[in-house]
Design a protein around this ligand. Structure first.
Ligand code: BTN
Length: 263
């Protein structure tokens, strides 16, 4: 019952801040789901997908990048948006999502956030948001998890020393206003991709990307690549200058050296 009243108010709060044309105009807010992205994938097969955003108060099987799980026990924003793009543009959606979160933070006064390539949002050296885009054909579920009000103890218990919530860093945020602003921005950036106007989005991404100019370590199937991240290529990959020359990395884990060690 408490969840139902909470959900009614959350939905009102969401729609009152939503300024999109289509994305998120269909908004499904569940108290619990396996994964909001899995939900989007399921309804797509029913032809219901276009414009839908699904969020949940908890996920029982929250999914992260590189086969990891995503802590989804509540007090976070767990949201997935149905999107589409030509096959050649699908790899650009994670960049659009990172820019959308970064811009939404800026609009809501959450200052100082940067994007760690490809799409982690970092604030005060801690990860406050993760993004996972999963595609099938020319469709995709853009999954966004933002840590809103979890305690330090919750991350310690989950052995996530590099994670923090916005509340831990001093930002009190209405989760559903944030959701609506993210979706509004996301539609704008996805529209740019679908209109063939990726260059301004890439420029915005470069401006927010804290990996550029820093020492990085990329680990993949073929071992480790160490060097300085120098650019984001037009296909979204990270360009690294190494002792052995220039290398482009298109996926995997890329750690970033900070004064407090690698994140
Ligand atoms: C990462 O590992 O950094 C990506 C995490 C993405 C988590 C979000 S929460 C909403 C959506 N549903 C999921 O199961 N995962 C994404």
């Amino acid at each position: 019952m408490q969840d139902r009243i909470y959900i009614e108010n959350a939905v009102k709060s969401y729609y009152s801040s939503l300024e999109s044309r289509e994305m998120g105009q269909k908004f499904v807010l569940l108290d619990e789901v396996d994964s909001t992205s899995a939900y989007i994938r399921r309804i797509e097969t029913d032809g219901e997908c276009r414009g839908t955003v699904c969020a949940a108060l908890r996920q029982t099987e929250g999914r992260g990048r590189l086969g990891r799980s995503w802590l989804s026990e509540g007090e976070g924003l767990y949201l997935s948006a149905a999107a589409f793009a030509k096959s050649a543009d699908l790899a650009r959606l994670p960049l659009a999502a990172a820019c959308a979160v970064s811009e939404a933070f800026r609009k809501l006064g959450i200052a100082g956030a940067g994007i760690k390539w490809p799409n982690d949002i970092i604030l005060s050296g801690k990860k406050v948001c993760g993004i996972l885009c999963q595609a099938w054909g020319e469709r995709a579920a853009i999954g966004i998890g933002v840590n809103i009000s979890q305690s330090r103890a919750a991350f310690e218990q989950a052995q996530l020393p590099n994670a923090a919530s916005l509340a831990m860093l001093g930002f009190e945020t209405d989760m559903w206003t944030l959701a609506a602003v993210i979706v509004t921005e996301l539609e704008r950036y996805c529209d740019m991709i679908n209109a063939g106007e990726f260059a301004p989005l890439l420029e915005l991404y470069r401006e927010s990307c804290i990996s550029l100019g820093r020492e990085v370590v990329a680990s993949g199937a073929s071992g480790e690549i160490r060097g300085t991240a120098s650019d984001i290529a037009p296909d979204g990959s990270l360009v690294i200058e190494t002792d052995g020359g220039r290398v482009s990395v298109s996926s995997g884990e890329v750690k970033l050296r900070t004064v407090k060690g690698y994140i």
